[in-house]
Design a protein around this ligand. Sequence first.
Ligand code: GLU
Length: 323
Amino acid sequence: MCGIVGYIGKNDCKEIIIDGLKKLEYRGYDSSGIALIGDGEYVFKEQGRIVNMEQTVDKNLFAPIGIGHTRWATHGRPSKVNSHPHMSFDDRFILVHNGVIENEMYLKDTYLKGIDLVSETDTEILACLVSVFVKENSCVKKSIIEFMKVVKGSYAIALVDTEDNNKLYGIKNMSPMIIGVGKGFNMLGSDVSCMIKETNEFIPFEDMEFAVIGKDDFIIYNQIGEEINRSSYISEMNSADIELGQYPHYMLKEIEEQSSVVRKILTEYYDDGFVLNNALLTELENADRINIIAAGTSYHAGLVGKKIIETMSNIPVDVHMSS
Ligand code: GLU
């Protein structure tokens, strides 16, 4: 699933972004990288753990804008050169991307003729595409709208234009990304956990939307460039919720926290205690078959459920991998 953290503000963002990426480690990744924009643009990336990349970052840099990424390779093997951020061929745009592009060969053959790519990724094609469109119409916003028309697949993207250091762009379709709203800064992130240390106010994106984000404001647009008004929400998560605490790793923490999480859900949503819906029970009783659709751990839980339900009710149960 991998992750994205972006920041625009007044303060140096190296630590904020690296710390945010570490909060996203639970999603899995094979490499990581960061672009820091201050007096110039600096990109650091490495294969393997975030600490590998962190050790290469120049601690003396001051950067009030930055984008960071953990990659789970889909196009091209895990390697330093394939790691994000990727730059456009003219070094103007820097971009990180989570997701899978489905028409990357079409985009390359149609729009990037004669452009030499450095990496094997679908992502580098996206960075170059923005640049090609901006060369045609001289407007980043128009270029993003054009981009969303032609790119097929899933993407959460954080984008920086090195010729305009006052903005960060977020573009989203079918990959998670939200805006973190701060005072004197704003952020982009794959989830709440990577930004909760800095802010508890968030705005989600819908699919096929993009945002132009400054340090004090931002505007969300739909795919034809109309402004979207959406209220923010305050997250109740606190940074202790996502710290490892005494646990050696997140899996153990999640297992140990199951009973308190279930208790929290019951208190929040069931005033009179948890009662199974009768209509649902009747429907289940009358069912010819039951299908359980799940993935990973929930798939295995589904297999256990199959055994229990078939033994107790004699209704045949099939468990399917959701993918
Ligand atoms: N498809 C991109 C790549 O292979 C992004 C993968 C990701 O979501 O991390 O580089």
